[in-house]
Write a protein that binds this ligand. Structure first.
Ligand code: MF3
Ligand code: CO
Length: 252
């Protein structure tokens, strides 16, 4: 069942997502050679608690596995769900920062991928294309359009650039739970799939690989990496579908 949100609920979700956006903006500014992803995790936790919100991922249970930290930080060939560690970031790395909070009973969820210092032209282009694919997908989020319109749009931008779109993970509805119906794939066919309605709130999160779309999970049980070792990027926003079109809740 898809839980449609009232205007009042959407405004609460806006507040949750603004906190996520503020945290991600601060983390983006702090990313530099030498900082560790555990340092970033600590900053995120402190900022969240000081805003009277709860980090959403710490203790989150996926199929019996408990996520140990507040932030997901995924470096280079890590696609998503990288666990913060005390390994310092290095010049030339790219790092995906995925963050979520609970505020007043509702979840916020957003992600971006950031260059550490100066990165290769190839890495820079991957970041730009992946972010562009997210925004092009968001433009499809109008009442009456279908989920396949979103997926096909994201997929075309990634594949036209020579990249592939991850299949093993998808976006999701979001609200009183982090992962709600419907699943939101970043691939698909125009005019297919669920029809979009006012009051739906979706977390759209393209994961784009330079090489093939296949993923592997590391021995830590969480970190998803590209099977071929190629670079990967991830961008995510939580978006409400309104009468006036898409409302990006996680954008400042
Ligand atoms: N943004 C991710 C998602 O939408 C975060 C989940 S990480 C977890 O699935 F640890 F909480 F599972
Ligand atoms: Co998400």
């Amino acid at each position: 069942m898809i839980a449609l949100k009232s205007a009042r609920e959407i405004e609460i979700m806006r507040r949750a997502n603004v906190i996520v956006a503020e945290v991600l903006q601060e983390l983006k500014q702090r990313v530099a050679p030498g900082i560790t992803t555990l340092d970033l995790d600590a900053i995120a936790e402190e900022m969240t608690l000081s805003r009277k919100a709860i980090p959403a991922f710490k203790g989150y249970n996926v199929a019996g596995r408990i996520y140990p930290r507040c932030l997901c930080a995924s470096v280079n060939d890590e696609i998503v769900h990288g666990i913060p560690s005390n390994r310092p970031l290095r010049e030339g790395d790219i790092v995906g920062l995925d963050y979520g909070v609970i505020y007043d009973g509702f979840y916020g969820d957003s992600a971006l991928t950031v260059a550490v210092g100066k990165v290769s032209a190839a890495a820079q282009r991957l970041l730009e294309v992946t972010e562009a694919s997210l925004y092009a997908g968001i433009e499809q989020l109008h009442e009456g359009k279908r989920l396949g319109d979103l997926g096909a749009t994201v997929q075309k931008i990634a594949e036209d650039a020579g990249y592939s779109v991850v299949r093993a993970f998808v976006g999701h509805g979001i609200g009183k739970r982090l992962h709600e119906e419907p699943p939101v794939p970043n691939y698909g066919e125009k005019d297919r799939g669920l029809r979009l309605k006012e009051g739906m709130v979706l977390a759209v999160e393209p994961m784009v690989n330079v090489g093939g779309y296949e993923v592997e999970i590391k021995d830590d049980g969480w970190t998803a990496v590209t099977r071929d070792g190629s670079l990967a990027a991830h961008f995510e926003h939580s978006i409400a579908i309104t009468k006036n079109g898409p409302y990006i809740l996680s954008q400042l």
